[in-house]
Ligand binder design. Sequence first.
Ligand SMILES: [Fe+2]
Length: 276
Amino acid sequence: MFQKKNSITKAYKGTEFSISSLEKYGLFILENGFSKEDLYTLSSFKKLFVKESKIQQKILSNTGGYELGNLNMGKCFIHLEIWNMMMKSKAIKETFNFFNVKKIEDLRQAGGNINLPKSLPQHFHRDSSLKNKYILIFIALEKITSNNGAQELIFENNLNGTNHLDMLLARYRNGSSLLNMNPGDILIRYSSTWHRGTKNSSFVPRAMPVFSISLDSKRLSNKDQINVNQFEKKISFSGNVLSKGGKFNILYIFLARRFNRIFHIFIYLKKLFKEY
Ligand SMILES: [Fe+2]
């Protein structure tokens, strides 16, 4: 029913951050920011995340997020190393500076996600309401394609309204876009941009560290600030909201697994006139 465009305009990609592209499409991909040596280091981080997810598999298999195939990533030493690498790059540093982030403490949060093999495609959603939107910065540690769970987005400029119905209409008229990324690409998007995680059809978990930036001008004086002492020495993963158990969550996971498509339609219908 919905068309999917796999190759789309390059207007939202470039080697210099463009705020007008972020405003227009809801995203921007910053390319070629890392040196060759740093790309090699990013690849070694990917291997560490994959190895650790396998070591922790037994514990992780008890979380709801595990059954759906998506887990959150805790902030750890790798985030600190990536931060230092990013600050070596003029283009990346300037991007953070644009949002008044000059040091790591100016960030809102660090974390990420890991998309496990055979994960389930998600329904389209926003990560926050429009009112409370913030900036998300995703770091590709490897090549990301339709094979290993690329993000699928609906461009902001295709929307004629703010609720789920408007999102579905935009998707029906203009399709959605799959974001292929090269190693070292940095995806900058609003938390409010409509998106979903897709299935990881490969045999390897796909990890992606994420940093976030608050758009609240008062952020430096409030609790929305990262604490540099809280970066763990160990890589950790945690279940998402659904991992907390409870009858509703068990039912949610069961329906999502068994009737994925119908389940998504049910969610869209329930939220048709809601923004978030
Ligand atoms: Fe999301």
